[in-house]
Design a binder for this molecule. Structure first.
Ligand code: C2E
Ligand code: CA
Ligand code: CA
Length: 939
């Protein structure tokens, strides 16, 4: 896309005008150039040709010497040469060298022999022969050398040349000296131009001296003395150059004597030759010109060759080719330029894009939420954005060139960051190119704050650049802390919660294992907390938990106190609340397990002291399980489970105590787990049975009541006690089903006895607190009565004090329902709980069953005696019947009777019996008609 834009832009507007103008101009220039090139070629050709002409001319000049030398040789060959011989030789020469106009001989005639010579020549046929007169040539030279030098022979002999016979060159002015030189040296000499005949054609003479004798003399004086004549070649310029230029060649040629030359002084007459007008050529610029000086034996000529430049000298095909070639080059250049221009535009666009990108980038950097800092490989700061100014307080100009990390990190963090960066600079590929660190930053005011650093290292060539993104994470840290608090702490007590505790323990286990130390976990459960919660309400329950927390903290946080009291050192101690009334204490690095026991004891005592909660005096005790690590648990889960097991054990053995975890406990716990599994199938497998324990009316001695007590015949374990399995049933909720079954079975059994005709008795059914909280309990009871068709007055429900106190109002309603149905209610295990007298009054109760624990030690134990008496008195004052449980001895019975106890139950009378056996007792009672007697008899 960009590319096409570029293309459009290249030749737009004024550029286009300039371009086209340039193209037009260039085409013209190139046309001219191609013409010039062509002309240059023609010129070169011309110069070659002219050079050739020059050479030809030179050749002809040297031919002159050849001819002269031959002539001179001829003259030397005989003392007197006949005309005929000379003629034939000359004719041959002229034939061979047609550019020579004529061959002449000038004979030396001593002055005194003039007449003789003239007569001689006339005799030979030249009838009018005479030496050419002085008057004709002006000046008198006769006698200059003591001789004449007339032309005595000429070939071709025609009327025109005949005119030359008798011509004496020595009479030419200025010639004599040159002639003398030639004679003395035996050299060729030339003269001209000379106009001799009427034709007016100027001629040049080229002469070579001839001496007497066979050979030219060696010495100069001899040459002067022996001089006998001259062999002369006559040259007409026109003829001399004739034929040099081939016909049809477009050249003009001229051979002109140099005007200021020596020869001109004796030449006098200028002779020239040209095929065309010389003057015209001279001024015409459109000509090629070749100008060379040529010396012909002392006469200097100028050779001038011209060629007119005309259209026909130019090879237009060449011009066209050159022109087209240059146009091609032009277009190629344009194409190249265009491509370069496109590339340039593209580059410009790319640069612009990069610049825009850079700008955008720096804008992004400047508005970035992070401090963005770049640095070189030595950590010297190269750039520093606005946010960096905000975060660290330094302005960019303050920090440029300073060491990046030293400036913004605290000492420790600097070491950390430097270590993290080291691998980056090793430069090897496998090392990470970026690190992320959470370190402590420092700003201009030395404020320290958490800093999130993302450092990356880029390498271009050998240059490293560090990019650092830094963010002040103070706020995030605070939030993290808040969230951590929420996730890791208990909102009520602010103690660490289960999760936090587990993490602490996990860490502690690892530390202990690594350093071969031991530690302990105390698992603490408040006894009867549920009861307090139920009795006094959740607000009081919460207050109690907070109070327990501060007592725990008071005991454990103050390590001095712990140490002093425990005579031991506790390195580290953490308290947590796992939920409900469960607390845990982590003791790290204790010398020996006993330390944990000491701490547990301390805690137990502290917690057991009374609390004043909103005016209520409350007591609570803890059951504490202790697990030692790493011995008692490989991991947190196991350790906590075992501490929990130990805590259960503490509860099982009577609460308000602490127990170390042991393998045995685990076995018990496992057994319990097994029991639970078996219990689930017990009802369906018909393993449950009801035993019945009679209750005796002490006044009449009659069985008036039987308490249904659940028995479990487990195939493997044999008879399992309800003390063992009822708690499991309660915990697992199986008690609902079991209780319902008991209720129905008891009613059914009682009805069966009545149907069998025995004297009706009340049947007692124990209700678990779990059952009592069922909304439809009364409905179920009604259903059982309905199913069995038992009269409600023969059913008595036993409930415990805790059930009553749980939710008094609700309990009252439920109990009233029962009352309305005609069912009796007794309070079981009376005296162990916290029944308020107030409530007892309001409740529709029938009997109180004095707990076995009080009966057990009467009449010997004074306390028990007091309590039992008080309960009996209380019952009487409330108008309730009173039953003593667990009566085993006669003395107990007597005491109870004395105190006015109305009814009693216990092994003294009978153990709980299977239905069939109880039937026996009922039968016996009915039969004897005096049960009391029978029973008393047993006493
Ligand atoms: P409980 O309601 O207090 O029952 C009386 C317990 O005392 C019975 O134990 C009985 O065998 C025992 N006992 C009676 N006379 C004497 C005596 O002279 N000396 C001694 N040492 N013990 C005597 P058992 O049957 O083992 O039942 C224990 C507890 O199990 C019961 O205490 C009751 O709380 C619970 N339980 C038994 N059956 C049921 C039931 O069907 N439903 C519910 N919810 N609880 C039941
Ligand atoms: Ca009972
Ligand atoms: Ca009881």
């Amino acid at each position: 896309m960009m590319y096409f834009n570029s293309r459009e832009k290249i030749f737009k507007g004024y550029r286009a005008v300039v371009l086209w103008l340039s193209i037009v101009i260039f085409s013209w220039v190139s046309l001219i150039f191609s013409v010039w090139v062509e002309l240059h070629t023609v010129d070169n050709e011309f110069n070659d040709r002219a050079g050739e002409i020059h050479r030809t001319l030179g050749q002809r000049i040297s031919n002159l010497e050849t001819v002269l030398t031959s002539l001179v040789g001829l003259y030397h060959s005989s003392d007197f040469l006949g005309i005929a011989e000379q003629t034939s030789f000359s004719q041959e020469m002229l034939k061979a060298y047609p550019f020579i106009s004529a061959i002449m001989h000038m004979t030396r005639i001593p002055n005194e022999r003039r007449d003789e010579f003239e007569a001689q020549m006339r005799e030979q046929g030249f009838v009018s022969f005479r030496l050419k007169n002085d008057s004709q040539l002006g000046g008198d030279h006769i006698g200059t050398g003591g001789y004449y030098l007339p032309v005595s022979f000429i070939e071709p002999m025609d009327p025109r040349s005949a005119n030359l016979l008798g011509y004496d060159l020595t009479r030419q002015p200025g010639v004599f000296n040159a002639l003398q030189q030639s004679i003395k040296g035996g050299e060729i000499v030339s003269f001209g131009p000379v106009v001799i005949n009427s034709s007016g054609k100027s001629q040049y003479f080229v002469l070579k001296p001839v001496y007497l004798g066979r050979y030219p003399p060696e010495k100069m004086q001899e040459r002067v003395d022996m001089f006998n004549g001259m062999a002369v070649l006559c040259i007409e310029l026109e003829r001399f150059v004739d034929g040099i230029i081939e016909a049809g060649m477009p050249y003009d040629l001229s051979l002109l004597p140099v005007t200021d030359g020596d020869q001109m002084t004796h030449g006098g007459i200028m002779a020239g030759f040209s095929k065309s007008n010389i003057a015209k050529i001279a001024v015409d610029l459109s000509t090629f010109e070749y100008r060379q000086k040529i010396e012909v034996y002392g006469v200097v000529f100028e050779l001038l060759v011209n060629q007119r430049i005309r259209a026909d000298v130019i090879d237009w095909k060449n011009v066209l080719a050159i022109w087209l070639l240059s146009l091609l080059i032009l277009f190629l250049a344009i194409a190249v330029y265009r491509n370069m221009r496109i590339a340039q535009l593209k580059e410009d666009e790319a640069n612009a894009a990069i610049a825009a990108e850079d700008e955008r980038f720096s804008h992004v950097i400047d508005t970035a939420f992070d401090a963005v800092i770049t640095a070189d490989a030595n950590c010297m700061i190269l750039s520093w954005n606005q946010q960096a100014v905000e975060v660290f307080g330094y302005n960019e100009e303050d920090v440029l060139g300073l060491h990046l990390l030293q400036l913004i990190l605290t000492h420790n963090s600097l070491v950390e960051a430097t270590d993290a960066l080291k691998p980056m600079f090793k430069g090897s590929e496998e090392h990470p190119t970026g690190v992320r660190l959470e370190v402590e930053g420092r700003d201009r005011n030395s404020r320290k704050f958490p800093l999130d650093l993302a450092i990356s290292c880029s390498r271009i060539g050998e240059v490293f650049t560090l990019s650092v993104f830094a963010r002040d994470i103070t706020e995030r840290k605070q939030w993290d802390e808040k969230i951590r608090m929420l996730a890791y702490s208990d909102s009520l007590t602010k103690l660490p919660n289960r999760q936090a505790f587990k993490e602490q323990v996990s860490r502690a286990i690892n530390v202990a294992r690594r350093h071969q130390r031991i530690g302990a976990v105390l698992y603490l459960d408040l006894d009867e907390f549920k009861r307090i919660n139920d009795t006094l309400g959740h607000d009081i329950g919460d207050m109690l938990l907070k109070n327990v927390t501060s007592r725990l903290e008071g005991q454990l946080r103050d390590t001095d106190l712990v140490e002093r009291n425990c005579e031991c050192e506790i390195e580290n101690c953490n308290i947590a609340r796992l939920g409900g009334d469960e607390f845990t204490v982590l003791l790290e690095d204790i010398q020996k397990p006993e330390v944990a026991a000491l701490v547990a004891k301390r805690v137990q005592d502290a917690i057991a002291r009374s609390y004043n909660l909103n005016g209520h005096e409350v007591y609570v005790t803890p059951s504490i399980g202790i697990a030692i690590f790493p011995r008692d648990g490989r991991d947190v889960e196991e350790l906590l489970k075992n501490a929990d097991t130990a805590m259960y054990h503490a509860k099982a053995v009577g609460k308000n105590n602490f127990q170390f975890y042991s393998e045995q406990m685990n076995i018990l716990a496992t057994t319990r787990l097994k029991l639970e599994g078996k219990l689930r199938k017990a009802l369906a497998c018909n393993e449950m049975e009801l035993f019945y324990q009679p209750q005796i009316d002490l006044a009449s001695g009659e069985i008036v009541f039987a308490e249904a007590l659940l028995r479990w015949h487990e195939p493997e374990l044999g008879m399992v006690s309800p003390v063992e399995f009822i708690p499991i049933a309660e915990e697992t909720g199986m008690i609902m089903e079991l209780g319902e079954w008991v209720l129905n079975e008891a009613c059914r059994q009682n009805k069966e006895w009545q149907n069998a005709g025995y004297k009706p008795i009340r049947i007692g059914v124990n209700l678990s607190s779990m059952q009592f909280i069922q909304r439809d309990l009364s409905m179920k009871v009604a259903q059982a009565l309905k199913n069995s068709r038992l009269n409600p007055k023969y059913l008595e429900l036993e409930i415990t004090e805790s059930v009553i106190m749980r939710n008094v109002n609700e309990t009252i309603t439920t109990l009233k329902d029962f009352k309305d149905m005609g069912i009796s209610i007794s309070v079981d295990d009376f005296g162990t709980g916290y029944s308020s007298l107030n409530y007892l009054k309001r409740l529709p109760l029938d009997n109180l069953k004095v707990d076995r624990a009080f009966v057990k030690d009467i009449p010997d134990n004074e306390d028990d005696v007091t309590i039992t008496s008080a309960i009996i008195a209380l019952a009487q004052s409330l108008g309730l019947g009173v039953v003593a449980e667990g009566v085993e001895t006669e003395s107990q019975l007597q005491f109870l009777q004395q105190q006015g106890c109305e009814m009693a139950q216990g092994y003294f009378f009978s153990k709980p019996l299977p239905a069939k056996q109880l039937v026996g007792m009922l039968q016996h009672q009915d039969d004897s008609d005096g049960v009391g007697v029978t029973l008393t008899g047993k006493r």
